[in-house]
Ligand binder design. Structure first.
Ligand SMILES: Cc1cc2nc3c(=O)[nH]c(=O)nc-3n(C[C@H](O)[C@H](O)[C@H](O)COP(=O)(O)OP(=O)(O)OC[C@H]3O[C@@H](n4cnc5c(N)ncnc54)[C@H](O)[C@@H]3O)c2cc1C
Length: 351
């Protein structure tokens, strides 16, 4: 039996930032043989359309989101931010969120982020009276970062297969452990009507600066500027139950109007638009991160979807949680006649 035969096979459905982060952490343990099955691969996933900065936003439950965000920040600082930005597309940029009326409270996630602080008066932009700051915030240029995730996954021995899953029972023919990272696809694949799209449109401009700026006081009229490696992203929209994947001129106009009110530096005549993108955030009343035993306890299905506007922000924390769930549930799986059964070493060694 080769070393790889001794590993437990895992199939992940979905090749966005959630499926890839989960796959990488599973592979790093050297206990699992991991295959990703996905309908769309980067650059054609929702994840590729994201802004994307580390900042808890539009996802619940906030206590868990806070912990997963902090774990994700730690993972980036330890494993990704020290690498060459040209490879990972990831770089430190402080974040400032602004308010036009004073905020009585700090955000629910602030206890998890040691560097969180209230903004200083000299950091405020005109028209704003209060704000939050995270000085060790960071951004991911999704064009580069998503490629880096795919390459990292493959270098660790992971395989990617482009295929549509129409029935969740299908991957269980090949593996006793399946991880569902299908984002908005979970609505169809497992019939979860709690998942719905929150349409996000962004504009890419050829202009960068030193910090990310956010105004999301009204979550239907959000405005942000996110500087990346060679460009910046202006946003955005948060249109619930809207499936339109085409950029809409009305949204473009309104985003530019809103961003110009954050700072006149981004007025139309001062920027050059180099691209527009639309993605559907996989929104849910809360992120679904849970395991279910299937087929009389012989198979394990783990769900990791519904990350709303914080998929990147919680990605490594959620992946770590999946790792723990799989490790805990693995010994409980009952023997099956499947060649991939993890709990029947004698059967496997005969094959
Ligand atoms: C405009 C915009 C800005 C954003 N900004 C930020 C930000 O600044 N910070 C942040 O943290 N987050 C941000 N987000 C949110 C973030 O992009 C999402 O939370 C994240 O991409 C979700 O990742 P995912 O891997 O779950 O989904 P996806 O990237 O959608 O990946 C899902 C995968 O599942 C596959 N799949 C689905 N159904 C099936 C099926 N039946 N069979 C096979 N494969 C299937 C898909 O093909 C795809 O490969 C933003 C989103 C948008 C749209």
């Amino acid at each position: 039996m080769t070393q790889s035969n001794q590993k437990t096979k895992v199939i992940i459905i979905g090749c966005g930032c959630i499926g890839l982060s989960t796959g990488i952490l599973l592979l790093k343990t050297q206990r699992y043989d991991v295959e990703i099955w996905a309908k769309d691969l980067p650059p054609n996933t929702t994840s590729n359309k994201a802004a994307a900065l580390w900042y808890p936003f539009l996802s619940e439950p906030m206590d868990k989101v806070g912990r997963w965000s902090q774990e994700t920040m730690d993972y980036f600082k330890q494993h990704i931010l020290p690498l060459d930005v040209r490879d990972t597309g990831t770089l430190y940029k402080k974040v400032n969120e602004f308010f036009r009326v004073p905020k009585a409270e700090n955000p629910d996630w602030s206890p998890f982020v040691p560097s969180f602080r209230r903004i200083k008066p000299d950091e405020l932009l005109p028209g704003y009276v209060d704000g939050y700051a995270v000085d060790d915030g960071f951004v991911m240029d999704t064009d580069i970062y998503m490629d880096w995730l795919v390459q990292s996954f493959k270098k660790l021995g992971g395989r990617v297969d482009q295929r549509v899953v129409v029935d969740i029972r299908e991957p269980f023919i090949y593996s006793d452990i399946v991880i569902n990272c299908t984002g908005i696809g979970s609505r169809e694949l497992i019939g979860d009507r709690h998942v719905y799209p929150s349409r996000g449109q962004i504009i890419v401009i050829n202009h960068s600066r030193d910090r990310s700026l956010i105004d999301e006081e009204d979550d239907t009229k959000i405005a942000y500027v996110i500087p990346r490696v060679t460009n910046s992203v202006l946003g955005g929209t948060n249109q619930k139950h809207n499936y339109n994947l085409e950029p809409c001129p009305k949204d473009t106009k309104e985003i530019l109007d809103r961003v110009a009110t954050i700072s006149p530096e981004f007025a139309r005549d001062k920027i050059e638009i180099i691209g527009e993108k639309v993605g559907l955030r996989p929104s849910r009343y809360e992120i679904r991160l849970e395991s279910e035993l299937q087929q009389d306890g012989r198979k394990l299905l783990v769900h990791n979807y519904g990350h709303g506007g914080s998929g990147f922000t919680v990605s490594w924390g959620c992946a770590n949680e999946v790792l723990k769930m799989v490790g805990e549930q693995l010994p409980k799986l009952k023997c099956s006649t499947s060649p991939s059964s993890p709990s029947c070493p004698i059967v496997r060694s005969k094959l």
